[in-house]
Structures are given as C-alpha cells and as structure tokens.
Ligand binder design. Sequence first.
Ligand code: GDP
Length: 142
Amino acid sequence: MAIEKTFSIIKPNSTLDNNIGNIKSIFEKNDLRIAAAKFTKLSREKAEGFYIEHKERPFFGELVDFMTSGPVMLMCLEGENAVMKNREIMGATNPAEAAEGTIRKLYAKSIGENAVHGSDSEASAQRELAYFFEKNELVDRF
Ligand code: GDP
C-alpha cells in the first residue's frame, strides 16, 4: 500500500486536558509517524480560513471560538494508507457515535470539542498541509 501524508490537529480541549501524549501514542501504535509538528495558538483569521467550507453552517462561530480557545498541535502524519487510517482511529465526528477505543470516544467532550481533526481525503490533506506548513518543514524519512 502507498505511503501517504495526512494532516492532523490535536484540538484545544485535548491540549488543555494534557492528552497530547496519549493521542500521539495512539498514532504511533497505528504506525502513523510524525513528519512535521507545530505547537501553536491559531488566530481567528487562520481558523476561519481553515474551516471556510463551513462558513454558512450554524456552528461556524462556535467552531472558530473553540479552535482559538487554547493551543493546538498541528501535525503531518505519514504512513501506509495514512488518510483513511487516521479517520478510522479518530472515530466519528460526534463522540456519542464514535467506536470504542477511538480517539474521539476516549477524549472528545462533544460534537464541537471533539479532540482531533484529520483530513478526509488525499486532496484535502495536501490542501490542509500546504495551509499550515512550508514544503521544507515536512521531514522526509523514507
Ligand atoms: P470532521 O471531518 O469529522 O471533523 O467533521 P466535519 O468536517 O463535519 O466538521 C468539522 C468540525 O466542525 C468538527 O470536527 C467539529 O469540531 C465541528 N462541528 C461539526 N458539527 C458540529 C455541530 O453540530 N456543533 C458544533 N459546535 N461543532 C460542530
């Protein structure tokens, strides 16, 4: 299977609850390797731009408030089938519907404060990685 890159955010509820290490260890156990990482706090402008496709949704303001409410860990994850594997281990958007053992089942507080972001396709992954990382910030290990 092909080695892919995907984009992940450990969201503010997880960083504030001190779950960065717990979530990273789930990535590592599933053979997803970190190819780039930044610990930062998003500006409103950056968060609004990232979620621009949701601009008309009723929860957009709440989503931007949440994503700028604390630090985030931005990551490029790399591995076999990384995009879909990451979506599987994240679990459903709504933690009430997330499978046992998934990151959202373990660490999400609600459908909004749901612990992690992960790209939903290879095209999204490329767009999202380029939104947060320069090409030379992605470390090539293979
Ligand atoms: P994802 O790909 O699983 O993250 O889900 P979506 O692309 O549908 O939504 C993007 C993000 O918007 C989710 O991860 C949630 O943080 C947030 N979100 C989605 N639905 C709701 C909602 O009904 N209420 C709130 N407050 N946030 C939501």
